[in-house]
Design a protein around this ligand. Structure first.
Ligand SMILES: Nc1ncnc2c1ncn2[C@@H]1O[C@H](COP(=O)(O)OP(=O)(O)OP(=O)(O)O)[C@@H](O)[C@H]1O
Length: 237
């Protein structure tokens, strides 16, 4: 199964952010999306998730040559600033979510099982979301996707807000999840990209391109990526 971004274009006023950006993302892999500030990473995620209307292009799911347009439920999006009901505890929110979706989804854990998988402590799960840190809110969003299991999970700078311990837990969690999903995360942290992802995709001048796999673990990785990104003149630098 593949997610295909087909010639996606998006313009804001005079600014052409995405220019026929195309790429095929495969199931079972973690992709790191790199691009400078304002290169259009969030715009791309918004287009892929259907949050934002594209000017042109398609988002397709391809199963052995048979392509269909991706639907809303195929794509999960972990926002860098999650919006969650602050007046509920994490436990109440997830319980509500599971009850509402009881008929539609196949749950493979009970509620505490999901919290355990996300390594959210007993104490934290019964606290109001209002008091959660940024990283905790991201964890709750990830937990929702353990329940809904969308094929594609987009993560907008997910690990930046986590402390080292939680970031490591999340890295392991993403590695564990990847066999059933297509995971794409945007990041500015080159080390994280080379550690965690199977493939690196660069968004440069509105277009997507792959960084050769052999470069990922090589000594020239950092300098090559910097060279590739340096000449993007239409970013917000
Ligand atoms: N709704 C909007 N209206 C007008 N311009 C927008 C809108 N959304 C994004 N832009 C512009 O599009 C460009 C790409 O923004 P985007 O947020 O997608 O970049 P990014 O790669 O995610 O950046 P960063 O790494 O800083 O988060 C920026 O110049 C931004 O100002």
């Amino acid at each position: 199964m593949r997610l295909i971004a087909e010639r996606i274009s998006k313009q804001f006023n005079e600014k052409q952010v995405l220019k026929e950006a195309s790429f095929a993302f495969e199931k079972g892999k973690i992709y790191g999306l790199l691009g400078r500030n304002g290169a259009g990473k969030t715009t791309l995620f918004n287009c892929l998730s259907g949050e934002l209307a594209m000017d042109s292009g398609k988002v397709l799911l391809d199963d052995d040559g048979v392509s269909v347009e991706a639907k809303e439920e195929d794509i999960g999006y972990v926002y860098s600033l999650p919006l969650l009901p602050e007046f509920l505890t994490g436990y109440e929110f997830i319980k509500f979510f599971m009850e509402v979706n009881e008929d539609k989804l196949e749950m493979d854990h009970n509620i505490d099982g999901y919290f355990d998988r996300m390594r959210i402590s007993q104490e934290d799960r019964h606290r109001l979301i209002k008091g959660y840190s940024h990283g905790m809110k991201n964890k709750i969003q990830m937990l929702l996707f353990l329940i809904t299991k969308p094929l594609v999970i987009l993560l907008d700078e997910p690990l930046t807000s986590f402390d080292v311990i939680v970031a490591l837990e999340m890295k392991n969690m993403l590695k564990e999840m990847k066999k059933d999903h297509i995971l794409i995360f945007s990041t500015h942290i080159l080390q994280l990209a080379s550690d965690l992802c199977d493939e690196l995709v660069i968004l440069n001048k509105g277009e997507l391109s792959a960084v050769p796999a052999e470069l990922l673990k090589s000594a020239e990785f950092e300098s090559t990526v910097i060279d590739l990104l340096k000449d993007d003149h239409h970013v917000d630098a």
